[in-house]
Design a binder for this molecule. Structure first.
Ligand code: ADP
Ligand code: MG
Length: 260
């Protein structure tokens, strides 16, 4: 018999942030934002340039130090000092490794081959046996359609191929969740589709993701929840069909017109 109780109970929380504030000097960039992603959720963050999207994503893995707020990764609360700085560097390192980050600029090491890029941290930082790391890297390269590029240097790859390699590199860490910061906005238009295709596959297999994107059609298609940031605050949020199909706030309506 089907267990309806189990299928209705929500999956565990992967990422929770509460009351997140971030200032750069006198400039308050995040004014108290909240987010909860359960395992398997795809949360899309949209909003105009300068609204705080990257800062929000970067605070989640402490690439930026929050000014205040709570961050909980996989049920584990990040220990912060009252000024938001990490109380335990090793905890930050460990939690950061559980979040695969993909940037707008692919950030591959240019003097290493694609395979070397993928195995560097697993082997030399985490101590994964090399043959095991290589096998995993080759499997992930095949998954993003780059099996034949393992020995190539990044400069010999197109932007779309480099970004797919960067995604495979993040996956090599076997992350609990993936964080994408406008992964296609540095790409020529004809290369956007191949990268979105890889992200779509990850969503379909139930990966937890937080995705900052300007690709509204894509956000609507893959996300389970959409957050619209304006000026450091969540102006509106909800399921994608509601947020895109029936926006309530005038600012969001206006924003959707400008990006359409
Ligand atoms: P978005 O990703 O939505 O375009 P960001 O999070 O990058 O926005 O930036 C939000 C605001 O914070 C902008 O005004 C930006 O200039 C400012 N900002 C971002 N990073 C820094 C920094 N390291 N130092 C000072 N100001 C910053
Ligand atoms: Mg940004």
């Amino acid at each position: 018999m089907r267990d309806d109780t189990a299928s209705r109970s929500p999956s565990p929380e992967a990422i929770r942030i509460e009351g997140l504030h971030k200032s750069f000097g006198p400039l308050e960039v995040l004014k108290g934002v909240d987010l909860v992603a359960h395992e398997g959720d795809v949360v899309a963050i949209i909003g105009g340039s300068g609204s705080g999207k990257s800062t929000m994503l970067r605070c989640i893995n402490f690439l930026e130090t929050p000014s205040s707020g709570r961050i909980v990764i996989g049920g584990e609360e990040v220990r912060m000092r009252p000024d938001g700085s990490p109380a335990d560097r090793r905890q930050i390192e460990r939690l950061r490794q559980s979040l695969g980050m993909v940037f707008q600029q692919f950030n591959l090491w240019t003097h290493k081959t694609i395979l070397e890029n993928l195995i560097e941290v697993p082997v030399y930082v985490l101590g994964t046996p090399k043959d095991q790391a290589v096998a995993r890297a080759e499997r992930l390269l095949a998954r993003v359609g780059l099996a034949e590029k393992a020995g190539a240097y990044p400069a010999f790859l197109s932007g779309g191929q480099q970004q797919r390699a960067a995604i495979a590199r993040a996956l090599c860490m076997e992350p609990r969740a993936m964080l994408f910061d406008e992964p296609t906005s540095a790409l020529d238009p004809e290369l956007v589709g191949e990268v979105l295709g890889v992200i779509r596959d990850l969503a379909a297999e139930g990966r937890t993701m937080i995705l900052v994107t300007h690709e509204m059609k894509f956000a609507r298609e893959v996300s389970s929840h959409v957050i619209y940031l304006h000026n450091g605050r969540i102006e509106e949020e909800g399921p994608p069909d509601r947020v895109f199909g029936d926006p309530k706030s005038d600012r969001l309506k206006q924003f959707l017109k400008t990006v359409a």
